[in-house]
Write a protein of this length. Structure first.
Length: 560
């Protein structure tokens, strides 16, 4: 086996084997088939990257197909959001398709199955059909309607189509095998009645095809060569193939379904139903809330498409479901932002500092490097004056030798500026420190090239000139759930594990040039983490979301 073959995941190996056994590269076509009943989440990212990645690897077309068969839950809003998410991740689809485009063809094929005696209309209640379904260890029993005449089935199906029956009164079932060990093969439902307007076909149809009937036939219509889906569809493969058998023309490509494992993420849920609950109950503000695992939520939080693609590549494609620690995703975000995010200074918990020997009213504009990881990023000017803010946690009256920040009688360097020494401090009536008085060494200016400027001190602090500071609302987001697997507890509701500290809103002060920041801009607040400009930003209000800290704080918590 060559080194190249060894590096292939098992999905790629399937494609390679098919190319050896008769497929040509021109016959390869893949698809990403979301249901437009919610927003895409991080779990979908693996499927997106897999299918579009195969398209790139083999220079093959990839369809974006919406399996829109349930007008009760689907909306144009979700279609638009899905298209935006896939494009944002960096992928281009060959054609945009909809299962609803094939409603007439699917209906015509269903009529053919009735004529061949392979489908029938059942007017039993859902409870009666469920009882006849049997159990995994006991075979099912035939419906009393299973042997209706072809003529009667055709008439009833036509009435279903014309809207002559109420919802829930009739279904079309495939006639397969009620004794099959695979319960999905026990005369599955192909069509149900829904008197609801569809987001694309409006009220043209009163019957809608079920997913199992629609999915494989849509793949076939589009001549998709490989239909990759997650493991829960493994038992559906037999039915997928049975339906294809009924319409397959040997002169055409027959899609091949294969399954890969879901990659569940710790400290989150990815069930669309549960995500919808979070929105509906006001736990989060919207589907794109930065605490949500939706791709739109991650984008709003400041995650990059490169980081998400790198994450899916790092976790790979597997045959067994497993839980991926969210810290791996956060690592990929940090790793990419470290390379591309400009460094700026922002003070989140301000404490006023006054340099008593600095001239009043004087302002210096100092050079500051934008990104040490990227020489092409250049530099900027930051204003320095007599009064500025530092973080409250960066000052103590007294501290041990391991505290390398500002303390009385000791020196630190201000980033891009001077060395200062704390001389005294002022407290309010409650004993809280509200101001620190310092002196500075005029010869210690960063980058001046003098011997004094090269003098070493152990601590370096970020700061913001009070006179020039821009006020900003900063939203400190954290993990939405405190439990690693919040939706796996049989005796508890996943809502019980919502992190009450998942959002904290503070007022911060940032460098003046950031008032020109645009929505979506990402920066590193030096020593504090990575942040992104939120869409709530307006001309008079600057809003930042914390994307991720500089290091994994949860890992430290877990070790305690």
């Amino acid at each position: 086996m060559s080194e190249t073959t060894k590096s292939l995941n098992f999905i790629e190996q399937i494609v390679e084997e098919d190319l050896v056994n008769g497929y040509t590269k021109d016959e390869l076509r893949f698809r990403f088939p979301p249901e437009p009943n919610g927003y895409l989440h991080i779990g979908h990212a693996s499927s997106i990257c897999l299918n579009f990645g195969l398209g790139l690897r083999y220079n093959a077309p990839v369809n974006l197909r919406f399996d829109d068969t349930n007008p009760a839950k689907e909306e144009q809003e979700f279609v638009d959001a899905i298209k935006k998410d896939v494009a944002w991740l960096g992928y281009k689809w060959d054609t945009e398709r909809y299962a609803s485009d094939y409603f007439q063809q699917l209906y015509d094929w269903a009529v053919e199955l009735i004529k061949k005696g392979k489908a029938y209309v059942d007017d039993q209640s859902s409870e009666e059909m469920a009882l006849q379904k049997g159990t995994p260890t006991q075979p099912g029993t035939n419906s009393p309607n299973r042997d209706r005449s072809i003529e009667e089935n055709l008439q009833l199906f036509e009435k279903m189509k014309n809207g002559d029956f109420e919802e829930g009164t009739h279904v079309l079932r495939a006639k397969i095998d009620m004794g099959s060990s695979n319960m999905l093969m026990r005369d599955p439902i192909m069509y149900r009645i829904l008197h609801k307007a569809h987001h694309r076909t409006n009220t043209d149809w009163c019957i809608y095809p079920m997913y199992d009937w629609t999915h494989g036939e849509s793949d076939y219509i589009e001549q998709v060569s490989h239909s990759f889906c997650t493991l829960e569809f493994a038992m559906h493969r037999e039915l997928y193939n049975w339906f294809l058998d009924q319409v397959y023309d040997e002169n055409k490509i027959r899609p091949k379904q294969r399954e890969f494992a879901r990659r569940n993420l710790s400290h989150t849920v990815v069930s669309k139903r549960k995500l919808a609950q979070l929105v509906e109950k006001g736990v989060v503000k919207s589907w794109d809330d930065p605490r949500m695992p939706t791709i739109s939520g991650l984008r709003r939080r400041g995650y990059t498409p490169e980081a998400i693609r790198n994450f899916t590549d790092a976790i790979g494609i597997a045959k067994r479901d497993n839980l991926i620690d969210v810290s791996l995703l956060e690592f990929q975000v940090r790793d990419h932002l470290n390379k591309v995010a400009p460094r700026v200074m922002g003070v989140l918990d301000p404490l006023k500092v006054v340099i008593t020997n600095y001239p009043e009213g004087e302002v210096e504009w100092l050079d500051a490097e934008n990104n040490p990881e990227d020489e092409s990023a250049g530099s900027r000017k930051v204003p320095f004056s007599r009064e500025f803010y530092i973080e409250k946690e960066d000052f103590r009256e007294e501290a041990n030798k391991k505290f390398f920040r500002l303390k009385l009688g000791k020196e630190v360097r201000l980033k891009n500026a001077y060395i200062i020494k704390a001389e005294s401090c002022t407290k309010d009536t409650d004993g809280n420190i509200i101001e620190v008085q310092c002196t500075y060494d005029p010869k210690s200016k960063s980058g001046s090239g003098t011997e004094e400027s090269l003098r070493k001190v152990k601590g370096t602090l970020h700061w913001v000139s009070i006179k020039h500071a821009v006020q900003a609302e900063v939203r400190l987001y954290d993990r939405l759930f405190t439990d690693e697997s919040p939706d796996t507890h049989k005796d508890k509701d996943f809502m019980e594990f919502v992190n009450p500290d998942s959002l904290k809103i503070i007022t911060a002060y940032v460098e003046p040039h950031l008032k020109e920041a645009k929505i979506g801009d990402r920066v590193q607040f030096q020593r504090m983490g990575y942040f992104c400009v939120d869409p709530d930003t307006t001309a008079g209000k600057l809003v930042f979301n914390r994307t991720v800290g500089l290091r994994d704080s949860w890992a430290k918590i877990a070790q305690k």
